[in-house]
Design a protein around this ligand. Structure first.
Ligand SMILES: [Fe+2]
Ligand SMILES: [Fe+2]
Length: 270
């Protein structure tokens, strides 16, 4: 199954395969790659997306995941670049679907791990982790220069859902990796790679966001921060990639979302 790409400037023209992924952006020097759909057996674990930003000789994996998907991620990654290019591992937050493979990744790359400073002291509990290779991101975020004017910017996304949480904005492709924000849940076999209009997609997003996100005040702060960026695609850790009109539609919807402690009585069943 493939999904045709749009022909915007700098956008990859290759077709995107569900199982093998492909480049969402490619200008020769710089690529933003989706590593394909991990269809975990029988829906026993949450589906996760992995993305790689390659710039020249270096590469960053965004939310590489745990042991459960490690072999698939390495296999798909090797279609695009060799593991020794990977010098950056970005963890949006501390959850097992993001970070529990840290020992494997540190053993097979020379990369440094970037995660909120709130979580640096917890990662060594996974075992096989050299604390010297973990970099704590300050609450307000930071930029990671890639050279040639390109950079990755760690955008604060705290309390959405983790207390120490970041998204990544890729300045060259103008793609936002949003972590759990913007995630969606599909029925088995109904997965779509891209969503261009949010209206029919909202039922796949609403339940997750209402329960996992902390409160509307946090949603609003994040949406206002992201609205200052030029964003062509929102790439979440779970479910479909948002592009076209869906980007603005999602920011508008998320800004007004009632969730988490806003709905505490309902969650407690009071
Ligand atoms: Fe999470
Ligand atoms: Fe997640």
């Amino acid at each position: 199954m493939v999904a045709a790409m749009q022909g915007a400037p700098g956008e990859a023209l290759e077709e995107i395969s569900r199982s093998r992924g492909g480049a969402l952006y490619d200008d020769g020097e710089h690529q933003f790659i989706w590593l394909g759909l991990d269809e975990v057996e029988g829906g026993k674990a949450v589906q996760i997306n992995q993305y790689v930003v390659r710039h020249g000789d270096r590469a960053a994996i965004l939310d590489p995941g745990g042991a459960y998907t490690y072999a698939m991620v390495v296999a798909n990654l090797s279609r695009h670049l060799s593991l020794d290019r990977v010098d950056t591992l970005f963890f949006s937050h501390q959850d097992p679907d993001v970070s529990s493979g840290i020992g494997l990744w540190l053993n097979t790359t020379s990369a440094k791990v970037y995660i909120s400073r709130l979580w640096t002291g917890f990662l060594p509990h996974f075992g096989g982790v050299d604390p010297e290779r973990i970099v704590g991101i300050p609450d307000q975020g930071q930029r990671l220069d890639l050279g040639g004017g390109a950079y990755l910017e760690f955008i604060p996304a705290h309390f959405l859902h983790s207390i120490g949480n970041f998204c990544v904005y890729d300045s060259r492709s103008r793609i936002l990796f949003s972590g759990d924000i913007g995630s969606s849940v599909f029925a088995p076999g109904a997965y779509e790679v891209f969503v261009d209009d949010l209206a029919g997609h909202l039922p796949r997003m609403e339940g997750f966001h209402r329960r996992y996100m902390t409160c509307n005040r946090a949603c609003r702060a994040w949406a206002d921060r992201v609205a200052r960026l030029e964003v062509r695609m929102i790439c979440p850790q779970h479910g479909a990639i948002l592009r076209g009109a869906a980007v603005r539609q999602f920011l508008d919807w998320f800004r007004e979302l009632s969730c988490g402690v806003d709905r505490l009585e309902e969650i407690y069943g009071a």
